[in-house]
Design a protein around this ligand. Sequence first.
Ligand code: AMP
Ligand code: ZN
Length: 157
Amino acid sequence: MQAMAKKQEKSKKDAKTEVETEATGMNCIFCKILDGIIPARKFYEDDTAIAFLDINPASPGHSLVVPRHHFKTIADGTQEIIAGTFVAVKNVAELVKTRMNCDGLNIMVNQGRDAGQVIEHFHVHVVPRYKGDNIHIIPPDRKMSDEKLDEILDKLK
Ligand code: AMP
Ligand code: ZN
């Protein structure tokens, strides 16, 4: 009888693991960091997101804000999680700015492979900028005619 109860308990546990695995990203590095399976230099956490240092930083203090839920794009996250993630971004940006004493920050999301998204778990880069650091994150301006700009505006309205 006891063995039976143990078996049922085990199969409940297995089922839970399956559900949890489905809810997170299988083989997702950031899910593994969130689950504590792989280490990260974490320095911030709240109910919605965590932040840790990027392992290949564009500049000293380059951090990633990562929601606790696995989803790929801004469209895939609930409004509540996206809002919470950006509250975390604000907190992390202020913390990094103060502690790293940088002159500015680039705060950005790469979405989609063509936009440079490598890790398919939504995340926000917080990149400290230092006067004269010679980092080129913002693409160069291109000239566009008024007609073309108006055509694009019509698409967006
Ligand atoms: P993205 O190109 O926007 O998907 O950015 C992914 C970022 O994650 C890159 O800047 C990587 O350097 C960073 N990264 C990848 N693996 C790790 C890791 N294990 N710990 C911290 N940062 C990582
Ligand atoms: Zn993930």
